[in-house]
Design a protein around this ligand. Sequence first.
Ligand code: NDP
Length: 331
Amino acid sequence: MFKALVVDKDEESGKTSAAVRDIGLDDLPGGEVTVAVEYSTVNYKDGLCIGPGGGLVRKYPHVPGIDFAGTVEDSSDDRYKPGDKVVLTGWRVGEAHWGGYAQKARVKADWLVPLPEGMDSRAAMAVGTAGLTAMLAVMALEDHGLEPGHGPVLVTGAAGGVGSVATAILARLGHEVAAVTGRPEQEEYLRGLGATQIVPREDLSEVTRKPLETELWAGCVDAVAGAMLGRVLKQMKYGTSVAAIGLAGGAAIEGALITPFILRGVNLLGIDSVMQPYDNRVRAWQRIARDLPMDKLEAMVQPATLSDLPGLGKDILKGQVKGRVVVDVNA
Ligand code: NDP
């Protein structure tokens, strides 16, 4: 038997509850590889899945945890053998398939990637889905011409998971980083990650009727959407791009007009980390190992255990988590 955070639903009341329970290997879903999980993390989607599911959970009882890192224990696939270090993000693990909030997980071999050289499983989860997404966003901006020296790159939701890692990567690559935050008390933290400018959230929260504003930003990693993305699009420099990764501030692009696209040739790039093919995931993890300053990672980490998860799930949905929560599932 081993420990897992199990979310169950009472059919009569429709209410869900989450508790640490003992489960066995026979309870795990099908898959070619069984992994002894070492670390997992808390992401926005995990917050939804620890609670009522938000339409993400297919079947109860459920084990959330959209990413994990650990050691292969058993494999019927030639690509992996016992003792291999692996990392998993995406593929609806932790939503449609049991995830990383357990001491063991069983998944398809196609969903795993080998841990990059020189990175341990704790560091891999300090990065996690949020960090992979941040890297994919930076790579997309680079593919569309962003280079250091073009001007400040804006990061919205900067004190959150994706924003923290994006700030650190962009600063390491030599970009000026303007970090947008609603938490002024996080200024020192964000400057420590490499932000050169702090933009208060309220400066970009108002929906305006202006078709365009002064050109300010050479690129943007946007975790927030909503009214803020509408404002940011109008402030992008000519021919630049916004990598949109999330909607912590709302699903609509409020107040947005077509003008930034037509009159300034701005690109809006959608970033999805969930269904990334194997080669892209390996390339992104290798870039993370190279371009993310590992000494900055520790400042982002809040350690947690399985029993902390019900509370942390609520916190992340309220936008109250700083950086990355790393869950030691064996603590
Ligand atoms: P976090 O909760 O860690 O960070 C989100 C940050 O956004 C908060 O810390 C806060 O930053 C800011 N924020 C929260 N609410 C609001 C609001 N109402 N208005 C403006 N800013 C707000 O989440 P993650 O960084 O893990 O994820 C961010 C988003 O990206 C989520 O929507 C998530 O679902 C999505 N996501 C998408 C992925 C993909 O593949 N595309 C992968 C991973 C996540 P601050 O306090 O600094 O203002």
